[in-house]
Design a protein around this ligand. Structure first.
Ligand SMILES: N[C@@H](CCC(=O)N[C@@H](CS)C(=O)NCC(=O)O)C(=O)O
Length: 210
């Protein structure tokens, strides 16, 4: 399987952290990874558009030659291929809860914070837009507030004692804000504590560049 990534970007980081966590648990995923250079526009080059017509990353070429280009679909495919140990949890209830938290981290934090970064200080050189930035900031702040409350019970990781896909997703989002010096967790002390602790993991150190 061939996995294509972009450095520092939220969705590729989510998948790269998932791969690092799964590998650290002893699973050999058998991935050949290629990192594209966004500053050279490699994600919009004809070779990549042939894999993924949206010209985005991550993209995974799977066993039958198909290309999968939604980060969660990539993770679910790898979970289906390598179900144990699971990065969702061991019971239907644990899996439902961790999927719920992951969706909140993705839909309510990663997506709006990614758009916010592009509206304020885009690494791809997009025009700043204050109105869009304000709207997206309010949106991801609500997501962070929820996660901050969730962590108030002292759990070390987002779904409890064990690492899950949710941790990978939230850290992918926060790293992108750090990259553009826009991360501000002052109002979310539990998220700040979780993030500092997560970043001490060897898996995180092997992936995160900001
Ligand atoms: N919904 C997709 C989003 C993929 C996406 O937009 N990736 C961004 C990086 S986070 C990208 O490739 N941006 C470069 C570009 O659009 O040129 C997913 O979950 O993977």
């Amino acid at each position: 399987m061939k996995l294509y990534l972009l450095p520092g970007a939220p969705n590729p980081t989510k998948v790269a952290l998932y791969v690092a966590e799964k590998t650290a648990l002893g699973v050999e995923l058998g991935l050949e990874t290629t990192v594209l250079n966004p500053f050279k526009g490699e994600q919009k080059a004809p070779e990549h558009l042939a894999r993924n017509p949206f010209g985005t990353l991550p993209t995974l070429e799977i066993a039958n030659g198909d290309f999968i280009f939604e980060s969660l679909a990539i993770i679910e495919y790898l979970e289906d291929k390598f179900p144990t140990p699971s990065l969702w949890g061991d019971t239907p209830e644990a899996r439902a809860t961790s999927r719920n938290i992951e969706r909140i981290a993705d839909v309510r934090v990663l997506n709006p914070s990614g758009g916010y970064v592009h509206a304020v200080n885009s690494p791809l050189g997009l025009e700043p837009n204050e109105v869009v930035a304000e709207y997206l900031q309010q949106s991801f702040q609500r997501g962070l507030e929820f996660i901050n409350d969730l962590l108030a019970d002292g759990r070390p990781l987002l779904t409890g004692e064990q690492v899950s896909v949710a941790d990978c997703t939230l850290q992918g989002a926060l790293q992108f804000m750090r990259f553009r010096e826009l991360e501000n967790l002052a109002d979310y002390p539990n998220v700040a504590k979780w993030s500092a602790s997560y970043r001490e993991r060897e898996t995180a150190k092997s992936v995160l560049i900001f």
